[in-house]
Design a protein around this ligand. Sequence first.
Ligand code: SF4
Length: 129
Amino acid sequence: MNQNRREFFKKVIIGAGSVAAAAALPETVIAQGRRGKEAAVAGGSDLPLVTPGQGMAASVNYQHKGSDIKDAKLKTDRQGVKFTDQKCANCMLYTKHAMQGSEEVGKCQLFANQLVKSTGWCTSWAKKA
Ligand code: SF4
């Protein structure tokens, strides 16, 4: 096997490993969400809010309010819950963190060191058990 073929197969094997790891991620995240405990903290928070339209937020179509979702194809019932009743507050990946003024914010397993609004929504919404 010449050097170029060896490099090619190395890249294919590494790529396949990445795909497998990415496929396993949602199950891991969901499992962590199931184990997560609600941890309400009074007062503000030093963590920034997720910015809709950027990075992971863009990938999962996150918005601070479900009513801000414009794509009608995304507004579907999931796990027997109407779209209008789906929000971060009742998502299994959400943990209440603090109040910012009159709004509750929380941590989401999808966003490290950032907060989402309890009124938020994204395409990874999953009914809290
Ligand atoms: S709906 Fe769930 S997964 Fe999506 S941002 Fe809110 S808490 Fe995270």
